[in-house]
Design a binder for this molecule. Structure first.
Ligand code: HSE
Length: 313
């Protein structure tokens, strides 16, 4: 069989942080994602010939584009002997907090890797995709890249040599995700954060992260509910998301296990048992829609397989 001329890969959206794992924990959302097509071209280097879908204004200079920078990192490491041209179909709204920049970067490296006959494993692809994420947010963080690449709920430890651990989501737990149609720049939502954390908040947040992860491994929903609270980042960022405190209170009153900001926002998410998911969604929707804001919403089981090749030719 001859080598393909082009490969398309789909990379899912994701919820970063998951309340208590700032920059290190995230889960994939299969209902939406970006599709990136990488073609081999004679001219060496990396180019972007099209950005379509719900794209807004995205740069096509590869060094300024998240997918372009990720593909450049792979290209420079592997030197394939031909060039890559890329077309990006955006299915994730920009500035939504749903991991759009990560998905484009992941889609690019998964498609290019397939085009080259899979020389890299997913851990190597992770390090290339991380270079792309840095373009969008100004820092190397992995909480959207890892779930988009590996699927499911994922913890990533380390930046230079990231180690990825899939965390089991207890049976019957669903993610409720709502996206009010507003733009929020991740870079600004990061710049506003204080650089220091008090000792008591440090203790509380590490206890919550440990409690949440052990609760996932032991199917302990009470532990998950008790520890599903971000005491460091969310109190600072909620000012950027009008109505957040009301939405969170409504979700918890409707039976959610926890509710927080998706990544840098403005999308919000909750975890709930399947039987309560519809009520939690309705509770979150009504305060957000009260002023006429349009909304997208999803209920997900979080059993995602991560990025994958969807077509080639
Ligand atoms: N962990 C990142 C943040 C995710 O909250 O800034 C941004 O998508």
């Amino acid at each position: 069989m001859s080598a393909p001329r082009w490969v398309s890969a789909f990379a899912p959206a994701s919820v970063g942080n998951v309340a208590i794992g700032f920059d290190i924990l995230g889960f994939a959302i299969e209902s939406l994602g970006d599709t990136v097509t990488v073609s081999r071209v004679e001219r060496p280097g990396v180019s972007i010939s099209a950005v379509s879908g719900i794209a807004g204004e995205l740069p096509t200079n590869p060094t300024e584009n998240t997918a372009g920078r990720a593909l450049l990192a792979l290209y420079e490491a592997l030197r394939p002997g031909f060039g890559f041209d890329m077309r990006i179909e955006k299915g994730i709204p920009l500035g939504s907090g749903l991991g759009g920049s990560a998905a484009s970067a992941v889609g690019a490296v998964v498609a290019a890797n397939a085009l080259l006959g899979e020389p890299c494993d997913r851990h190597q692809l992770l390090t290339f995709a991380m270079q792309g994420e840095a373009v969008a947010s100004g820092s190397l963080h992995v909480d959207n890249i890892s779930p988009s690449l590996f699927g499911g709920l994922v913890l990533t430890v380390g930046i230079d040599q990231p180690r990825v651990k899939r965390i089991p989501v207890p049976e019957g737990v669903r993610a409720v995700v709502v996206h009010p149609h507003r733009f929020l720049a991740t870079r600004e939502a990061r710049a506003m954060l204080r650089r220091e954390v008090t000792l008591s908040d440090f203790v509380w947040q590490t206890a919550n992260l440990a409690g949440f992860i052990s609760g996932c491994f032991t199917n302990d929903l009470d532990m998950i509910r008790a520890s599903f609270q971000d005491v460091v980042i969310e109190p600072q960022r909620q000012a950027l998301i009008p109505g957040f405190a009301t939405v969170r209170a409504a979700a918890m009153a409707a039976g959610a296990l926890g509710c927080s900001i998706s990544g840098a926002g403005p999308a919000l998410f909750a975890w709930a048992l399947e039987a309560q998911a519809a009520a939690v969604l309705a509770a979150m929707r009504s305060p957000l829609c009260a002023d006429g804001t349009a909304l997208d919403e999803w209920v997900e089981d979080m059993r995602s397989q991560g990025a994958r090749v969807v077509a080639s030719g």
